[in-house]
Design a protein. Structure first.
Length: 301
């Protein structure tokens, strides 16, 4: 949490007399709010709040600091108001990272609409399967699927994708079509591993409401989605992949879905940001792409 957010949180705790109510108002976990105030107090070298079982009150130092914060935040609000015309027509460069299938199937086909709305914004879109360091690499936002590892980033959920298991007609003709996950031991898979850490990804299914994982044999592993799909198209094994990554292959018949009666656990998709208060040009893209995913995946933005 940056300093501005910490000050805003502190002010609301004082005004509401409660960590819980302030955290709920600012859409923060209670533990995050507690940690942020501890960090603020440590940085200032002074105890700001007295905590009891019933309420939270400022100390003498805390009351003086609260009054300064209210004045400071009011001035900042005034300064932001003077620049609202910038927010109305944002300009500048926005650097975005996303997996290739999200770019190709969801974002790129609709970018004409974004450019028509914001002609002064230049987009720089990087695609790949590695996890980028947003702060160190100067990335404004990133679209990521799956569980989140970096708790320091601000996450906005944009939807859910669903995986399918598929293979080429040639593979199925040679090895048969599995009808139950328990039969996967008789098959081979194209393996997938993360480029920047040594983690393999087994197939996963919901069996009687519980997630079960299956490790398949195989002689090939790749770390890039396009190679993963291409390997399956060429009959090298089964793959499990979000449907949006193989829409064209399933439509053309170069890949065939199997085990359709055994769904995989849904995968959340998040938009990650380094800060809760992105500049107007980034906020414009964030709001636009959240609506795009809502329209595409059928979930509220």
């Amino acid at each position: 949490m940056d300093r501005f957010d910490s000050l805003h949180l502190f002010v609301r705790i004082v005004e509401l007399g409660s960590f819980t109510r302030a955290a709920a108002e600012l859409d923060l976990p209670r533990a995050t709010a507690t940690h942020a105030i501890k960090q603020l107090e440590a940085r200032l070298g002074s105890r700001l709040l007295e905590r009891t079982t019933r309420q939270v009150r400022p100390t003498d130092d805390g009351q003086r600091f609260y009054e300064r914060c209210v004045h400071l935040l009011a001035e900042l609000e005034e300064a932001e108001g003077a620049l609202r015309h910038v927010a109305a027509q944002p300009r500048g460069r926005v650097r975005v990272e996303m997996h290739g299938s999200h770019a190709v199937q969801v974002v790129l086909p609709r970018l004409h609409d974004f450019h028509a709305r914001y002609p002064d914004i230049e987009l720089v879109i990087g695609s790949g399967d590695r996890l980028v360091d947003l702060v160190r690499e100067g990335v404004d936002c990133a679209l990521r699927s799956g569980s989140l590892r970096d708790s320091s980033l601000v996450a906005r959920r944009v939807g859910t994708v669903h995986e399918v298991v598929c293979a080429s007609p040639a593979y199925l003709a040679a090895h048969g079509t599995p009808t139950h996950p328990g039969q996967l031991s008789q098959h081979r898979a194209v393996g997938f591993f993360a480029a920047n850490h040594d983690i393999d990804y087994p197939f996963a299914f919901l069996v009687e409401g519980k997630e079960q994982r299956f490790d398949l044999g195989g002689w090939l592993k790749v770390n890039e989605t396009r190679n993963y799909v291409a390997a399956a198209v060429h009959g090298l094994g089964l793959i499990q992949i979000p449907r949006i990554g193989v829409v064209d292959e399933l439509a053309s018949g170069t890949l065939v879905q199997v085990l359709a009666d055994w769904p995989a656990p849904p995968i959340p998709v998040h938009l990650l940001l380094p800060s809760r208060r992105p500049p107007p040009r980034v906020r414009a893209f964030v709001d636009w792409v959240r609506q795009v995913y809502a329209d595409t995946l059928g979930e509220p933005a």
